[in-house]
Design a protein. Structure first.
Lengths: 114, 110
């Protein structure tokens, strides 16, 4: 069974540009999460989808970040316009639809904003 | 979710058991203890979780004190591949977010 995949693995963009990160969860997992780690900080939660609905987006830093999950399959996280402080590693995770189900993480996308 | 406290780092000899402590003195009755680890440059990996009984799986054992205010993750025979940051997370057993702290950097040496 394929794990959680993320694309791209690494992205370098200039301040003010737009970047879209993609996450493909494990097939059949209704729950999809986005997290990020900025330099020197702890891993922080961004948001949680249940199928195509946003269950919890309390961690989204500001309105420059837009997450979508059309059709309840893959998800995208768009940053527009990117700022220097957005640099970091963005992780996606998915889990099955039962309480306490473990979250399976992808390898992350390293975003560098210059 | 309850806050956890872990030592920032610890060393362990290869082949020996690694005992990783975690304090969660404000844990509520419906909160579970989860352990994840992050091997350098990879995504976090689930290890084990429990409520009040001790748990064991193929990766590790979890020992939770009777008052549930602390727990210990045991890696029975540490290998070099167990070098990672280990996170103790307490949360309600739902499908919600994980709140990562600083974790414990474990270095396994030959």
């Amino acid at each position: 069974e394929a794990g959680v995949t993320q694309f791209p693995s690494h992205s370098v963009i200039e301040k003010g540009q737009t970047v879209t990160l993609r996450c493909d969860p494990i097939s059949g997992h209704d729950n999809l999460y986005w997290y990020r780690r900025v330099m020197g900080k702890e891993i922080k939660f961004l948001l949680h989808f249940v199928k195509e609905s946003k269950q919890d987006e309390s961690g989204m830093p500001n309105n420059r970040f837009l997450a979508e999950r059309t059709g309840g399959t893959y998800s995208t996280l768009k940053v527009q316009p990117a700022e220097l402080e957005d640099s970091g590693v963005y992780f996606c995770a998915s889990s099955q639809d039962f309480p306490g189900g473990e979250q399976y993480f992808g390898p992350g996308t390293r975003l560098t904003v210059t | 979710d309850a806050k956890t406290t872990q030592p920032p780092s610890m060393d362990c000899a290869e082949g020996r058991a690694a005992n990783l402590p975690c304090n969660h003195s404000t844990i509520s009755g419906n909160e579970y203890v989860y352990w994840y680890r992050q091997i350098h440059s990879q995504g976090p990996q689930y290890i084990i979780h429990g409520l009040k009984n001790n748990e064991t799986n193929e990766m590790a054992s979890l020992i939770i004190t009777e008052d549930r205010k602390s727990s210990t993750l045991i890696l029975p025979h540490a290998t070099l591949r167990d070098t990672a940051v280990y996170y103790c997370i307490v949360r309600v057993d739902s499908w919600g977010k994980l709140q990562f702290g600083a974790g414990t950097q474990v270095v396994v040496t030959p």
